[in-house]
Design a protein around this ligand. Structure first.
Ligand code: NAD
Ligand code: USQ
Length: 397
């Protein structure tokens, strides 16, 4: 297949490009490199030294003889260029990673909220409108988030996207209805993914677009089979308070002797998936495209759930690190349960990698190797959800 990978320079996008290229697909990366600019804005860099996207593609070609083509396009701001690019290239599938994905960054200030909504919502909508206008019948696979569901469990497992409900009709009868699981986003970033869901629902129903939305949990790890092959194919690794995600952060903190930064009581339970499984799931979803006229296909892309303080205690036990319980900069439940269904990927053949499989050590090794690149002052999470929480975090860091 000819596959367009939007956001293919990012943490999940890059290993996906390599994985699908290795399988013989023709890969086109579309990215505006905004993530690299945000590093500059924040004054941080990936823990791992990343080459330019052109250099990464050159190395892959040298190593495998396969080409990755890179196109510098801003999906949110360059609608006409995007449309002509699609019309010219006519991809068979489009994988959409190209959004601002950090919840703390999206809550930093009003400017960051506005940027995140403009960027994410326009990127998704421009893509949908351009697919309709060019008449390209590509399977669109979008990376969504588990966070659209919210985390207030009522004791039932979170289904894959849809909920069967019974409503009372005006005649007093009971009628069954299938609805999108009600969204309850916990940040402006997560809210944009809830908005994406409605855009997908409309374009699937109105224009027959074929869409799969992957509600992904927190991705951990850094290497995949392909990124391990050459130093210059290395994946990015975010450790800072805005973009670093919780388990990867705990692992690098342990590697550099920084206390593990647990927010509040660490009672939040979240869904996780290793980067290798993430790329495998995308491959599986690609191979199982919906037909035109079908509702949006939604998969929960996660393999296990963990409570944050349990992860911290586990990393502390493994490495001897100290756990610090800090004021929580986020507005979130102190404690939550989380049970998630992921039957569809298991049925398609996913064999989940778990935390027990030695890959935690690999992350600590990577972190130790590049520890000299870490700016310790960028480790604390300081972006607060409200002014009150911000004042608390500053008072008692
Ligand atoms: P990332 O920030 O590393 O990569 C996103 C890429 O998209 C970057 O290369 C960026 O430059 C590009 N991009 C952003 N806006 C763009 C635009 N307007 N035009 C063109 N390119 C643009 O993020 P990631 O961690 O690789 O996540 C990829 C996707 O997966 C995101 O949509 C995210 O919401 C989702 N996701 C990520 C995780 C995770 O833990 N990393 C978990 C669940 C879901
Ligand atoms: N947390 C800590 N200490 C830290 C960092 C985080 O206790 O140093 C806590 C947070 O308060 C939160 C939980 O860990 O309760 C998860 O935080 P996170 O930053 O690892 O994850 P999140 O903000 O939810 O976002 C990440 C990705 C996002 C993706 C989402 C999937 O950045 O793109 O959509 O995971 S999910 O969490 O399933 O919604």
């Amino acid at each position: 297949m000819k596959i367009a990978i939007l956001g293919g320079d990012g943490f999940v996008g890059w290993p996906t490009c390599l994985h699908l290229s290795e399988q013989g697909h023709e890969i086109h990366i579309v990215d505006n490199l905004s993530r690299r600019w945000i590093d500059t804005e924040l004054g941080v860099q990936s823990l791992t030294p990343m080459d330019s996207i052109q250099e990464r593609c050159r190395i892959w070609h040298e190593l495998t003889g396969r080409r990755l083509r890179f196109h510098l396009i801003d999906l949110a701001k360059e609608y006409e260029r995007l449309k002509s690019w699609l019309a010219e290239e006519k991809p068979d599938a489009v994988i959409h990673f190209a959004e601002q994905r950090a919840a703390p960054y999206s809550m930093k200030s009003d400017r960051h909220k506005v940027y995140t909504v403009n960027n994410n919502t326009n990127a998704t909508h421009n893509l949908l409108a351009a697919l309709v206008e060019t008449g390209i019948d590509a399977h669109l696979v979008h990376l969504g988030t588990m966070g659209v569901y919210g985390y207030s469990s009522v004791g039932a497992a979170i289904p894959e996207g849809y909920l069967d409900v019974e409503v009372e009709t005006l005649a007093g009868d009971k009628a069954k209805q299938e609805i999108l699981y009600p969204t309850k986003p916990g940040s402006v970033y997560h809210m944009t993914k809830s908005l994406d869901q409605i855009l997908f629902q409309f374009y699937a129903q109105n224009d027959g677009l074929r869409i799969t939305d992957l509600h992904q949990g927190i991705v951990w790890g850094t290497h995949t089979d392909q990124t391990r092959r050459h130093e210059q194919l290395i994946n990015r690794f975010d450790y800072d308070g805005d973009y670093g995600t919780v388990l990867n952060r705990f692992l690098i903190q342990a590697a550099i002797g920084h206390p593990l930064t647990v927010h509040g009581t660490g009672g939040q339970t979240r869904a996780f998936i290793h980067i290798q499984d993430s790329v495998r799931c995308i491959e599986l979803a690609l191979g199982d495209a919906p037909k035109s006229g079908e509702r949006v296909r939604i998969f929960n892309q996660m393999t296990e759930t963990h409570r944050v303080r349990d992860l911290a205690e586990m990393v502390a036990k493994k490495t001897g690190a100290r756990v610090a319980y800090l004021p929580n900069p986020r507005k979130e439940a102190e404690e939550n349960e989380l049970v998630v269904r992921n039957d569809q990927f298991l049925k398609l053949g996913l064999e989940p990698i778990t935390l027990q499989e030695g890959l935690l050590d690999e992350v600590v090794e990577v972190a130790k190797k590049y520890a000299h690149r870490i700016d310790r002052s960028r480790v604390p999470a300081v972006s607060a959800w409200t002014r009150d929480l911000g004042a608390r975090v500053e008072r008692d860091p």
